[in-house]
Design a protein around this ligand. Sequence first.
Ligand code: FAD
Length: 475
Amino acid sequence: MAETKKSTTLAVIGGGPGGYAAAFMAADLGLQVTLIDPEENPGGVCLYRGCIPSKALLHVAKLISESRDAADWGITFTQPKIDVKKLRAWKDGVVERLTGGVGQLAKQRKVEFIRGMAKFVDAKTLEVKAQDGGNIRLSFEHAIIATGSRPTVIPKLAPDSPRVINSTGALNIKDIPKSMLVVGGGYIGLEMGTVYATLGAKVTVVEMLSGLLPGVDRDLVSVLSKRLDGLFDKIILNTTVSKMKEQKNGIKVTLESKDGETQEKLFDKVLISVGRRPNSENLGLENTKVKVTEKGFIEVNLQRKTAEPTIYAIGDVAGEPMLAHKASHEGRVAAEAISGKKVAFEPQAIPVVVFTDPEVAWCGLTQTQAKEQGLDVEVIRFPWAASGRSLTLGRTDGVTKLVIDKKTERVLGVGITGPNAGDLIAEGVLAVEMGAVAADVGLTIHPHPTLSETLMEAADIFYGTSTHYYRPKKR
Ligand code: FAD
């Protein structure tokens, strides 16, 4: 097929939450924008095979789990009958509706959407292999790389078998296996493990390190671990998978503990969720001055500009944390910078949420990070057993924590574990980002009875004046 020549002011490569947010912002600021992605509509990993489908399935899991909890309140439901085909169709419908909507928004903004894969020829030209088989040579003034990430594979470990899946395979939910091994105790493994265990699979999680959600405040994780102990068949820590072999009746897995002890176990399915790698290969970056770190992330400055002045990079491909909202905000900053605005990506707090049951969410500085920075902080802990709202939900195991600078009384970090922690953390993000002091949070009237009051009460504890938690006055 002949090569078509096109030109644009801004080419955005990758239509995930980073890419489409950047493209929309640039179009809103008056730039001519071309967005390139292989899918039918923008959406990327987040909308097609990440945040959105996983949360649709987790919603179903929550419904089932709450119906089980209801037995304690005198309400007993029969065992749910699960129609996997219908469940999958519902989840696919959510994805279709959302991605279709984003596609419409692109049209309304006159963003040209090209279905295909792009590669740099030089610092001002892309070659796009279009989905329809055509080749497009696209010249641009600026480009934003937003090509995202993909699951890490362990080739020598994972046999090429339909029984061994990654997060995309798990979201495609073909059936509910009798037994499932989740390799990796990070957020994706725990979220997908929660879905499958609630739907009836016997789930075992194996984690190389000494705890689930490595790196996260142990106090927040311990609440989750207790509940997962009841939901999962087993949680095996300090252990790696050293061998996997397909057999007629499943995957035989050899687990090796830190002390060298091995055990063999058979699983119907194995979900590998051991992290994600940035998509910075096969982009023709060698034809530009763009620099890539050892881990494959594209190096960028505060405006998200790379070492090549015409090219910017955002989202998962431009560094941790690999989260959709971080990608979108970076995308908007890059678009503004390209349109000539004086901007920088300098957040005080990027929230992280694990959508398990209970949810775990945090933002800003942890106690450990504050100490590393030489800050004198006080960590306040409000147990949800003292919250009226959590009692009405039958979920008193949650906790709300504030990390407060003793001298300035500023809220530096917030951590929450409990139902809806993912929504509640937004107030914490606002407090940290606005430089609020504990009194700002404590003096703000929170609606009663809500879980949001736990933030207000935690702030009051700092002054020894919390209504529902007694602590001898200190200041
Ligand atoms: P992506 O969303 O990865 O999009 C990149 C796009 O670029 C893709 O469509 C890709 O096909 C395309 N592309 C790649 N190469 C090229 C090329 N050469 N030319 C053209 N197009 C190209 N994050 C959260 O914040 N909250 C969550 O709850 C959450 N849940 C998740 C659950 C799962 C199971 C997974 C896998 C991820 C989850 N994430 C979540 C992470 C989130 O999906 C990513 O952080 C986010 O999608 C990153 O956005 P992005 O724009 O950088 O790239």
